[in-house]
Design a protein around this ligand. Structure first.
Ligand SMILES: Nc1nc2c(c(=O)[nH]1)N[C@H]1C(S)=C(S)[C@@H](COP(=O)(O)OP(=O)(O)OC[C@H]3O[C@@H](n4cnc5c(=O)[nH]c(N)nc54)[C@H](O)[C@@H]3O)O[C@H]1N2
Ligand SMILES: Nc1nc2c(c(=O)[nH]1)N[C@H]1C(S)=C(S)[C@@H](COP(=O)(O)OP(=O)(O)OC[C@H]3O[C@@H](n4cnc5c(=O)[nH]c(N)nc54)[C@H](O)[C@@H]3O)O[C@H]1N2
Ligand code: SF4
Ligand SMILES: [Mo]
Length: 686
């Protein structure tokens, strides 16, 4: 059975083979992975028959306080009664929905419809807010569209200069590295910007190692140098963009020495980078979470977009700006309506025409669709309070581990009148729920996923889910029948849902109208926008025009600002977070895979040996990391690969080792992205 890996946005092609009671994985030659898989992909079927898999609904027993197995009828009735009760007492907006970028397009779409039509709530958002929302917002305002990579991944292999800002694909998307190898074998130059000497940075020709949170200063200096050394493309700026004069004025003040003083990146390295980008025939600039997960993430990405535009890169063959989307369906999951302000097809929920179109597809009147809700962190932080929702349904996220300032979020979840979690494993969030619904895994259901290139792919069911397990779509349909039987019911088979999604997205920014499952099967995926079944799809965007009203890209002047929390005497170190190869996200899945647990058994705190010596900490010794918001503990891992003023930890573990116990919940004013990548901490021996 040809399908794709369940984890990250690379969506590597794989073949599943059922043998007796095991399912084995074989890599498949697909344009993104060309036969490569990482350890997570290889072991992805281990969870299908895992002993800890949820096999029946669980209900919290009021007497003992424990979760106990129950029938589907009992579980669905409890949810329906609980939701009705909350709505009667507090109104429709007292019920909220939290989705995920791992859900298929069909499920993300159905979840948005369920929230708006069946629950009638404006409060829906999802974990993509914690992921690429800053790049999405920056792309939207510059290009009029948000497609992570506006060109196929294979373009990376042909770039003469490739700048990676805050991305560590050697650990987060290992098969992508073959494009970087190809790039360098062709004589291209790879430049990596990361406060740590990562496995990716080690392969670079040039590594810039800034203080976390100073990327915007670096971007501004690069544009400053490009201007003074004459690399900007005046014709392109004149014919394809608007707004450059204001940007030129702001970067005029960013002479390289000023950026060096802030970031620690030597002027010579800034000059070499600007020159490599400015003189290349084909140059690509990519950002990922290191640059984006900041309270100034949108402006930082905008700084790099401004640089790319000034150099005339976007839309030029083999060149451009892109963001490396992270989750399996991180791209499609942000297009079809699980975002607070969004309707399917990347339409805005406050746009009257969009409301009318989507309401027609849904068989309801546009007036009854709710307005925009609030971004994920604001939503989580309001739960159970006087102003916030009192019931929450979670599909595809584990915020107890992955949300910033997680102890506070955990408290909010505990304050709810009703928490419902659909998952196939008992995540830390599911463990707090009143009702847990066991759902199908990726190899047990059909659907589509949109990868980091905007390529829509087919996920195929190898076999049906276990007997007492239902799909997310079946759960939504069953709840809908109980809660609002009068409205036209959404189908629960993915093919019909996709047909409806195509109609709902037609004419929108992310137009899927011309995409069918058959067409995907015939062509290794279809790139959106694709409005017409007989017409072309869009592997390369912006060649003639941008998706703005006048077809021109927009420059926006942006200014560096400090991290929301700066170091001080009590919290003297910079703290940043990220990923390791063998664990995925909140770890619900990968912490339960034996081979991955062996490869990455526990959390750690990465420190420079000089810092460790000052703190009197030896390698492997447990340390406590404390911020103004809380603390966590993990063994120290001494490494010369990190700046001595900065400490790093992965966020894949819960409990005492939860890195998000200390992270800052300050958010970007435009995207709502939390400042996961920098706060101030103190480190001491535990
Ligand atoms: N193994 C594995 N792979 C994954 C995932 C996973 O959990 N595990 N998750 C998937 C998802 S959802 C995502 S979003 C992607 C994320 O993919 P990446 O963005 O590559 O991953 P991160 O490790 O979060 O961050 C990348 C780098 O940013 C650096 N960094 C930290 N602070 C800063 C800063 O201020 N500036 C700069 N320039 N760099 C900084 C970190 O040192 C880190 O090496 O990975 C996807 N792939
Ligand atoms: N400190 C720090 N925190 C971070 C980050 C960071 O870099 N640093 N990165 C952030 C980023 S980029 C992301 S994307 C988030 C991710 O963090 P989360 O949103 O917590 O993502 P996952 O761990 O993938 O959680 C998915 C959950 O849903 C379940 N699941 C998987 N597929 C399905 C499905 O199809 N249906 C249902 N019902 N359930 C499913 C899984 O078992 C798992 O429990 O973390 C964010 N948090
Ligand atoms: S790189 Fe991503 S999609 Fe590919 S095998 Fe690894 S986790 Fe799966
Ligand atoms: Mo992500």
């Amino acid at each position: 059975m040809a399908t794709h890996c369940p984890y990250c946005a690379l969506q590597c092609g794989m073949v599943l083979r059922e043998e007796a009671d095991t399912v084995s994985v074989l890599p498949r030659d697909f344009p993104t992975n060309r036969g490569g898989l990482c350890q997570k992909g290889w072991t992805s079927t281990d969870l299908l028959g895992h002993p800890e898999r949820l096999t029946s609904p669980l209900l919290r027993d009021p007497a003992s306080g424990e979760l106990r197995p129950a029938s589907w009828d009992a579980a669905l009735d409890r949810i329906a009664t609980g939701l009705r009760d909350v709505r009667e007492r507090h109104g429709r907006d007292a019920v909220a929905v939290f989705g995920g970028g791992g859900l298929t397009n069909e499920k993300a779409y159905a979840l948005g419809r369920f929230a708006r039509v069946v629950l009638g709530t404006r409060f829906i958002d999802y974990n993509g807010r914690f992921c690429m929302s800053s790049a999405a917002a920056a792309g939207m305002r510059a290009f009029g569209v948000d497609r992570g990579l506006p060109f196929p991944l294979s373009d990376l292999g042909r770039a003469d200069t490739l700048l990676l800002v805050g991305a560590n694909p050697a650990e987060t998307m290992p098969p992508l590295m073959r494009w970087l190898t190809e790039q360098r074998e062709r004589g291209g130059k790879l430049i990596v910007v990361d406060p740590r000497v990562t496995a990716t940075a080690r392969q670079a020709d040039l590594h810039l190692q800034p203080l976390p949170g100073t990327d915007l200063a670096v971007a501004s200096a690069l544009l400053h140098i490009a201007l003074t050394e004459g690399y900007v493309d005046g014709d392109y700026i004149a014919t394809r963009t608007t707004g450059f004069p204001a940007v030129r004025r702001t970067v005029a003040g960013w002479w390289p020495a000023r950026a060096e003083a802030l970031s620690g990146v030597p002027v010579a390295d800034l000059e070499e980078t600007a020159r490599a980008l400015g003189t290349a025939e084909r140059a690509i600039i990519l950002t990922a979470r290191g640059a984006e997960q900041h309270a100034k993430g949108v402006d930082t990405v905008t700084g790099f977009v401004n640089l790319a535009l000034a150099l005339g890169l976007p839309g030029r063959p083999g060149s451009g700006y892109g963001c490396l989307t992270g989750q399996g369906n991180g791209q499609g999951g942000r297009e079809h309506g699980q975002k607070a302000d969004q309707l399917p097809g990347y339409r805005r929920i406050d746009d009257l025409q969009a409301r009318a179109h989507v309401a027609r597809v849904w068989g309801v009147s546009a007036d009854e669709l709710p307005g925009p809700g609030v971004p994920a962190y604001q939503l989580l932080d309001s739960l159970g309070t006087d102003q916030g929702p009192r019931a929450l349904l979670v599909f595809g996220s584990n915020p107890v581990v992955s949300a910033p300032r997680a102890a506070r979020v955990e408290g909010r979840l505990r304050d709810l009148d009703l928490l419902v979690v659909a998952d196939f494993l008992l995540s830390e969030t599911a463990a707090l729920a009143d009702v847990v619904l066991p759902t199908a895994q990726w190899a047990e259901e059909d659907g589509t996923m949109t990868n980091l290139e905007g390529r829509v792919l087919r996920r195929r069911a190898l076999r049906p889910p276990p007997p007492d397990v239902r799909t997310d779509l079946e759960i939504l349909t069953a709840l809908s029948a109980r809660l609002r039987p009068s409205v036209r019911q959404s189908p629960d088979d993915p093919r019909s849902v996709f047909a409806e999604l195509r109609r709902a997205s037609a004419g929108g920014i992310a137009d899927y109208a011309g995409i069918s499952w058959e067409r995907i099967d015939a062509t290794d995926g279809v790139f959106w926008p694709c409005p017409d079944g007989d017409g072309p799809d869009s592997p390369r965007m912006f060649t003639d025009r941008f998706a703005t009203a006048d077809g021109r890209a927009r420059f926006h002047p942006v200014e560096h600002r400090p991290a929301v929390e700066e170091v001080c005497a009590d919290y003297p170190l910079h703290f940043t977070t990220g990923r390791v190869l063998a664990q995925y996200q909140s770890g619900t899945q990968t912490r339960r895979v034996a081979a991955l647990r062996r490869a990455a058994p526990e959390a750690f705190v990465e420190l420079h040996p000089d810092l460790a010596e000052r703190l009197g900490v030896a390698d492997g010794v447990p340390v406590r990391v404390a911020s103004r918001r809380g603390e966590f503990q993990a063994p120290a891992r001494l490494s010369p690969n990190i700046r001595p003023d900065t400490v790093f930890a992965p966020f894949h573990w819960g409990g005492r080792a939860r890195a998000n116990s200390v992270t800052n919940d300050a958010v970007d004013p435009i995207s709502g992205m939390p400042e996961f990548k920098i706060c101030a901490v103190r480190v001491e021996k535990a």
